[in-house]
Write a protein that binds this ligand. Structure first.
Ligand code: NOJ
Length: 774
C-alpha cells in the first residue's frame, strides 16, 4: 500500500515531480497537450480502480438545492476519495475548505472540480437567458457570460452547467426560460456566444469557467410541455431542429455536455449510445466529458430501461456518460461491473482521462486553490462594471409589444401608480436559476427603479392589488389598488408570473396571466387612464385581452439585479427599446406548438381566399400568433425599401449579396434588428415557410438611413435532404428581409446546381445499439 502523503503541498508536489519536469507542468496553461497526456497517464497509472471511479462522482453540497436530496455526508465521501467533483458549493472560503479535504485526506490528492448552475450571472444577475436572447446581441450575451464567469471563478468555481441550448417551441414547458427560444439558427449563434463568454480562449485564465452544453438532447420537445416527459421526434427533426445548437456549442469548444432527463424515441438520453457515442464522440469528435443530469442515471429504473441501479450504471457508462451527477450509481456499482466485465476497464479509463484532462487544463494540478481567492472574490462580486453590464444587457432584452404612443412616459406626469403583485418584488426580478445572486435588497424592483428615476418630480403610489400570482384569487387588495390608480395620471401595472412559476419543474397548462391579475388589470383599465403593462414572465403568455385593451405592453422577462433601473430607463425613454422576440407568443394555448418556421401544408389557409373550409386552420382562433418571432417595437419607426439582389442566379460556389435600405423615419434615435429569412420553394423534402439565416443590429439616428448588406452562399441554403445528406438543392429561393418574421419583403433567386456539404450523419439503428461490456 502506498503511504498517505501528509499534506496538500507535498501531495501535489509528489504528483507533479513523479511525472513531469516542472517546465511541462507550467506549460499546461499554454495548452501543451503532450505534457498533459504524460501527466494524466502517469497519474492514472498510479490510481486504483476505486480512486478512478471516485473521479466519476459528482455530489451536491448542502449549500443549495437543485434537485431531490439523496444523502448527507459529502465531506466524508470526499475524504474517502469517492468524489471527483462537487456542485452547489461556492465561495472562495467554502470551496477551499472542501478542496483541502480532497488534497489532504486522499491518497493522491487529486483536486476537486467545482460546478454550479451559473446560468445568467453568478452574483450580479443578468436577464434570464430567454430575455438575453431577445437582445439579438451576441456581443452583449458573450459579455454577460464573461461577467458571470469572472465572478464565479473568483468564488472557487471551475465549471458552469450552462449554456442550456435546448430549442423550445412549447411555452407550457417552464424551462423555455433558460434557453434562447424556438429557433435553431439563432439558438446556435447564441450557444456559441455563451460558450465563448464562459470559456474565453484560455481555460486556465482566472476569469473563465468550463461551460456545459445541456441538456443533450431534445429535452425541449417534452410531450405536452410537461417537464421530464417523453420525447418522440423523427431523426429529421432531431437533426434539423434540436441538434444544431449543440453542434454550435461544440464547434465553439465547449468543454462538457450534460445529458437530458427525457427519453428520446424510446431510449433515455442518459443511456443513449446513439446520441452519446455515435453522434457526440464518433461523428462530432467531442473530446471533453459528459455528465449526467441530476440522478438521471438512477432514473433509468423508473423510465423502465434498467431493472436496477446497477444495470442503470452499466447502461449509462457504456452509452458514454463519464460522470454521475448526484446519483452515486458509478461509485456504488462500477467496481463490480468492471470485475464482471460488464463495463470495460477501457471505458472507465476513458472517462477518468477526460475528467483529469479538464482539471489539468484549468490549472488545478498547478494550484488547486487558484480559483478560491477571497480578495479576488471581494473585488469581483457586484463590481461596478458588472452592474453596468447587467443594466445594459437588461435594457437590450426588453421587448416593447404594444405602444399606442403612451410610452415613453412624459416627464410631465406628476403622479404615477405602480400596481401589481410583481411591482415591488425584488426576488422575482432575478428569475429562476439566479445562482448566488442576492434575492433581497440588492435587486431593484420596478417600483424602486421608477422611484429612483422620478425622484421628487412625481408622486409614486404603489399597491399590490393581489398578493399572489399563482392563483388563490386574492382580491383583498383590489380596492386599495384601484384607489391608488385613481389618483394617478398614468398607471403602470407590473404583472405576470412569479419567478418560481418558470424554470425546471414549472410547466403550466395555461398561458394566461395567473391568479386574480386579469381581473385586476380589467378593473384598472376601467378607470380610463393611460395604462402600461410591464409583463414579467419566463415564457410567452397568451395576453390577447391586454393587447386589445391596455395602451402599452413591455415584456420585461426577469431582468436581473439591475432590472428595475432598466425598466425605468425604457419607460421614461432614456433608452429606446430594441428587443425582438426569440419566441412566438400565441393567442391561445391551443395553438401550441406555434413557431415561425413551420411547414406550409398541402392546404394552407389564406384568410383572404375564397375557400375557407378544408383548409389548415382553427374555427375559433386565427392561425397567426399574437406576437410573431422577431417582433418588437421601438419608440421610432424604421422603413424598409429597395430590397436588391446583386444577381438572380448563383452557381454552387458563388455568393449572393442582398441589400436593403433601412431608414429611421420616427422621432427618436434607435436600434433596429434587421432580419433575413430564406424560403426554399421546392425541395426533396418539404421546407419551412421561412428560416432565419441572418440578422444585423444597426443603430440609426433619427432621420438617418443605412443600406444593410447580407451575403449568402450554398451553406446558407443547405439542409438535410431526402437521404439526410447535408447540402443545397438547385432551384428557386425567396429571400425575405424585414423587422420581424411577419413583416417581410421578398425577392427571388435561383441556385443553378446541387451542392453537397456533408454525407448523411449516423442514423439511429444504423449502428450497434450498445458497445456492450467491452
Ligand atoms: C437539474 C437540471 O436539469 C440541470 O439543468 C441542472 O444543471 C442540474 N439539476 C444541477 O443543478
Amino acid at each position: 500500500m502506498p503511504t498517505r502523503l501528509p499534506n496538500a503541498a507535498t501531495c501535489l508536489a509528489g504528483l507533479l515531480l513523479a511525472v513531469a519536469p516542472a517546465g511541462a507542468v507550467l506549460a499546461q496553461a499554454a495548452g501543451d497537450d503532450a505534457a498533459m497526456e504524460r501527466f494524466v497517464s502517469d497519474l492514472m497509472a498510479r490510481m486504483t480502480l476505486s480512486e478512478k471511479i471516485g473521479q466519476l462522482n459528482l455530489l451536491t453540497s448542502s449549500m443549495d438545492v437543485t434537485g431531490p436530496t439523496l444523502r448527507a455526508g459529502y465531506r466524508e465521501a470526499i475524504a474517502a476519495g469517492d468524489v471527483g467533483a462537487m456542485f452547489n458549493a461556492y465561495g472562495a472560503k467554502y470551496t477551499r475548505s472542501l478542496q483541502e479535504l480532497a488534497l489532504e485526506e486522499t491518497r493522491l490528492g487529486v483536486p476537486l472540480l467545482f460546478g454550479y448552475d451559473v446560468i445568467h450571472g453568478f452574483r450580479t444577475i443578468f436577464p434570464i437567458p430567454l430575455g438575453e436572447a431577445a437582445s439579438w446581441d451576441l456581443e452583449a450575451i458573450e459579455r454577460s457570460a464573461r461577467v458571470a464567469a469572472t465572478e464565479a471563478a473568483a468564488a472557487g468555481l471551475h465549471w458552469t452547467f450552462a449554456p442550456m441550448v435546448d430549442v423550445a417551441r412549447d411555452p407550457r414547458w417552464g424551462r423555455i426560460a433558460e434557453g434562447a427560444g424556438e429557433d435553431p439558427w439563432l439558438g446556435s449563434q447564441i450557444a456559441a456566444a455563451r460558450v465563448r463568454g464562459f470559456q474565453g480562449d484560455d481555460l486556465a485564465a482566472l476569469d473563465t469557467v468550463l461551460a456545459c452544453a445541456k441538456h443533450y438532447a431534445a429535452y425541449g420537445a417534452a410531450q405536452a410541455g410537461r417537464d421530464y416527459h417523453a420525447v418522440d421526434i423523427s431523426p429529421r427533426t432531431l437533426w434539423e431542429v434540436y441538434l444544431p445548437p449543440f453542434h454550435a456549442a461544440l464547434a465553439a469548444g465547449v468543454a462538457t455536455f450534460m445529458t437530458a432527463f427525457n427519453e428520446l424515441n424510446g431510449v433515455p438520453a442518459t443511456a443513449n449510445p446513439y446520441l452519446l457515442r455515435d453522434v457526440l464522440q464518433d461523428y462530432w469528435g467531442f473530446e471533453g466529458f459528459v455528465v449526467s443530469d441530476y440522478t438521471a442515471i438512477n432514473e433509468l429504473v423508473p423510465h423502465g430501461l434498467a431493472r436496477d441501479e446497477a444495470q442503470a450504471a452499466e447502461l449509462a457508462a457504456n452509452a458514454g456518460v463519464h460522470m454521475d451527477m448526484q446519483g452515486e450509481t458509478f461509485v456504488k456499482h462500477l467496481p463490480e461491473l468492471v470485475q464482471q466485465g460488464r463495463v470495460g476497464q477501457a471505458t472507465v479509463d476513458d472517462a477518468v482521462r477526460r475528467i483529469l484532462e479538464m482539471k489539468y487544463r484549468i490549472g488545478l494540478f498547478e494550484d488547486p486553490y487558484r480559483y478560491s481567492d477571497e480578495a479576488r472574490e471581494d473585488a469581483a462580486t457586484y463590481a461596478p462594471a458588472h452592474l453596468a453590464a447587467a443594466r445594459d444587457m437588461a435594457r437590450r432584452s426588453l421587448v416593447l409589444l404594444k405602444n399606442d404612443g403612451v410610452l415613453p412616459l412624459s416627464d410631465e406626469a406628476t403622479s404615477i401608480a405602480v400596481i401589481g403583485p410583481l411591482a415591488d418584488s425584488e426576488a422575482d426580478m432575478v428569475g429562476s436559476w439566479s445562482a448566488a445572486g442576492e434575492k433581497r435588497d440588492r435587486p431593484l424592483s420596478v417600483l424602486e427603479g421608477i422611484r429612483e428615476r422620478v425622484g421628487d418630480d412625481a408622486a409614486v403610489h404603489h399597491a399590490r392589488g393581489t398578493s399572489d400570482v399563482i392563483g388563490d384569487d386574492d382580491r383583498a387588495g383590489f380596492s386599495a389598488a384601484i384607489a391608488a390608480a385613481a389618483r394617478a395620471d398614468v398607471i403602470v401595472a407590473v404583472m405576470g408570473e412569479s419567478a418560481g412559476m418558470t424554470g425546471e419543474a414549472a410547466s403550466r397548462a395555461s398561458l394566461e396571466l395567473p391568479g386574480a391579475q386579469p381581473e385586476l388589470l380589467m378593473a384598472l383599465q376601467r378607470l380610463g387612464k393611460p395604462l402600461v403593462l410591464v409583463l414579467m414572465s419566463g415564457r410567452p403568455l397568451a395576453i390577447d385581452w391586454a393587447d386589445e385593451n391596455v395602451n402599452a405592453i413591455l415584456e420585461a422577462w426577469y431582468p436581473g439585479t439591475e432590472g428595475g433601473h432598466a425598466v425605468a430607463d425604457v419607460l421614461f425613454g432614456d433608452y429606446n427599446p430594441s428587443g425582438k422576440l426569440p419566441v412566438t407568443f400565441p393567442r391561445e394555448v391551443g395553438q401550441v406548438p406555434i413557431y415561425y418556421n413551420a411547414k406550409n401544408t398541402g392546404r394552407p389557409y389564406d384568410p383572404a381566399g375564397t375557400e375557407q373550409k378544408y383548409r389548415s386552420r382553427y374555427l375559433d382562433v386565427p392561425n397567426t400568433p399574437l406576437y410573431p418571432f422577431g417582433y418588437g417595437l421601438s419608440y421610432t419607426h424604421f422603413a424598409y425599401s429597395d430590397l436588391t439582389l446583386d444577381r438572380d442566379e448563383i452557381e454552387g460556389d458563388e455568393t449572393l449579396t442582398v441589400s436593403v435600405r433601412v431608414e429611421n423615419t420616427g422621432d427618436y434615435d434607435g436600434t433596429e434588428i434587421v432580419q433575413l429569412y430564406l424560403r426554399d420553394e421546392v425541395g426533396s423534402v418539404t421546407r419551412p415557410v421561412q428560416e432565419l439565416r441572418g440578422f444585423r443590429r444597426i443603430e440609426l439616428a433619427k432621420g438617418a438611413g443605412e443600406t444593410v448588406e447580407f451575403e449568402l452562399d450554398a451553406a446558407d441554403l443547405a439542409f438535410y435532404r431526402r437521404d439526410m445528406s447535408y447540402g443545397a438543392e438547385a432551384g428557386e429561393f425567396t429571400v425575405l428581409v424585414g423587422g420581424s418574421s411577419a413583416d417581410l419583403r421578398g425577392a427571388r433567386f435561383r441556385l443553378t446546381e446541387d451542392v453537397t456539404l456533408r454525407p448523411p450523419p449516423p442514423l439511429p439503428f444504423a449502428r450497434s445499439a450498445s458497445p456492450g461490456g467491452g
